[in-house]
Design a binder for this molecule. Structure first.
Ligand code: VGL
Ligand code: ZN
Length: 197
C-alpha cells in the first residue's frame, strides 16, 4: 500500500488548513489535529532543506459565509478572515517563503478545495510543480476535495497518511475519504518514509 519515494524537483508540499479553529478547543475541532504538527514540521524541514516549494492553504471565510449554520450551512462559524481562529497554528514552522492559498473567501461556494482559488493552479504551473505531497485537515473535507481536484488537473498526489486527520462526523468518513482518493489515483505514503528512506 505504501509508495514512498523521496520528494524531488517538480514536487511541492501542500499543508491544508492547519489553523487554530480546527485544533482541539477551536470552533470546528478536528480530533488529534494538534498531533500532526511535529509530523508536518519534519516534512517542512525536509522540503525546505531541498528548496522545494511550500504551500499552505487557509480556510478564509467572510462572516456571511454560506457554510456557517447561522447562514443556513452545516458548520459552526470558523476561520473568519482576520480572526484569531483563522491564524495558522503557532508552532507550525512555516518558513517565510511559504505560499499561502486562501479559499472560501467569498460568501458562496463551499470553499473546501484549494483549487477554488484560481491563483493556486497558476502558481503550481509557474513553479513547474507536477506532484503534490499533501497533509493537514480535514481528511474528509478540504484534504479530500483538494486532492481530488489536483488529480483531475493531472497532478500526481502523495497523501501523507500520518500527516492528516479527519472530522469523522460519521465514523469511518476519514478512512472512506482515503479510499476514494486512492481510487482516484493518489499514492499513500508516510512522513517516516520520506525522512528515513
Ligand atoms: C474544512 C469544514 C469546513 C476543512 C473547512 O478544512 O476541512 N472543513 N471548512
Ligand atoms: Zn470552512
Amino acid at each position: 500500500m505504501r509508495a514512498n519515494t523521496q520528494p524531488k524537483r517538480g514536487d511541492a508540499l501542500l499543508i491544508v488548513d492547519m489553523q487554530r479553529d480546527f485544533m482541539p478547543g477551536g470552533a470546528l475541532p478536528v480530533p488529534h489535529a494538534d498531533q500532526l504538527v511535529p509530523v508536518i514540521n519534519r516534512c517542512l524541514r525536509y522540503f525546505t532543506e531541498r528548496t522545494l516549494p511550500l504551500f499552505a492553504s487557509r480556510d478564509w471565510h467572510p462572516p456571511g459565509h454560506a457554510s456557517f449554520a447561522v447562514n443556513g450551512g452545516p458548520w459552526p462559524v470558523h476561520c473568519v478572515q482576520g480572526s484569531p481562529g483563522a491564524e495558522f497554528v503557532s508552532d507550525l514552522l512555516l518558513p517565510p517563503g511559504t505560499i499561502v492559498v486562501d479559499k472560501g473567501a467569498s460568501e458562496t461556494g463551499e470553499g473546501y478545495s484549494a483549487f477554488e482559488n484560481p491563483r493556486f493552479l497558476e502558481q503550481l504551473h509557474e513553479l513547474d510543480v507536477h506532484c503534490l505531497w499533501v497533509c493537514g485537515v480535514a481528511t474528509d473535507y478540504c484534504v479530500r476535495a483538494t486532492v481530488l481536484d489536483a488529480l483531475r488537473h493531472g497532478f500526481h498526489v502523495r497523501l501523507l497518511w500520518d500527516g492528516v486527520a479527519a472530522v469523522d462526523a460519521q465514523p469511518g468518513d476519514g478512512e472512506r475519504a482515503i479510499e476514494e482518493m486512492m481510487q482516484a489515483g493518489a499514492a499513500i505514503c508516510t512522513s517516516e518514509g520520506i525522512i528515513h528512506a
